[in-house]
Design a protein around this ligand. Structure first.
Ligand code: MN
Length: 229
């Protein structure tokens, strides 16, 4: 039986193996024992994370331990989502390549197949320039994290213009599933758009597919976990 912290280490490795994260990007879980904290790796590449690299951060973005190691600059993405979305228990922020075009062109990311039905409710695009003018594009303050979380609303993910994406879930297994299939959907949608007009899932098809897949996320998790352990 693995603990929540073991699973968080595994999630870091799965996301790296699937190209969702590389040297950058991060995944967190809400602390199962303290709803006002989350657990995330210290500032490092996800593929290299081990259990001793995990740290706890509060919803103001402050590390809990007085001698905590350096935290990710963009931890406020996580803290502000956990603050306003009590239903959310896991968050991934990444720069996976196929999603980037959808954040900069105005072409909406839409579910092209049943695996990504969770995109059917729409993926809002967060443009940091609207809140902060010209910046280094990073969510490096509570105020920016709050603006981004407001853009997310009740959605499953945001695209961040010129930057990346953030995905949320009610479990670690679900958020890993969503991040991997969001990247795959973006790649397939880009391919399909080059071939001709695209028929997407309808809103109802997307909702029904998402409901079914939400009950199936353990199956790919077991496969992906085996591949990295
Ligand atoms: Mn980032």
């Amino acid at each position: 039986m693995t603990t929540a912290r073991d699973d968080l280490v595994i999630a870091n490795h799965i996301l790296a193996k699937h190209g969702v994260v590389d040297g950058f990007g991060h995944v967190s879980i809400r602390d199962p024992d303290h709803a006002g904290r989350f657990i995330i790796a210290r500032s490092m590449a996800p593929a290299l994370v081990s259990i001793d690299d995990l740290m706890e951060i509060d919803l103001d973005g402050n590390p809990v331990a007085p001698d905590a190691p350096r935290a990710y600059l963009e931890r406020f993405i996580h803290s502000e989502i956990y603050r306003v979305r009590p239903d959310i228990l896991a968050v991934i922020h990444h720069h996976s390549p196929s999603v980037i075009p959808f954040g900069v062109t105005g072409v909406p990311l839409r579910p092209i197949y049943h695996m990504s039905g969770f995109l059917g409710a729409g993926v809002p695009v967060f443009d940091i320039r609207c809140d902060a003018g010209e910046t280094d594009m990073l969510i490096r303050s509570p105020a920016l994290g709050c603006a981004h979380a407001a853009c997310l609303g009740q959605a499953a993910a945001t695209l961040m213009r010129g930057h990346g994406a953030t995905v949320v879930g009610t479990s670690l297994q679900q958020v890993v599933y969503r991040a991997i299939y969001m990247e795959m959907n973006a790649r397939l949608q880009g391919d399909a758009l080059r071939l001709g007009p695209v028929q997407y899932l309808t809103e109802t098809e997307a909702r029904l597919a998402a409901e079914t897949n939400d009950g199936q996320v353990q199956r790919p998790w077991e496969l992906w976990a085996r591949e990295v352990t």
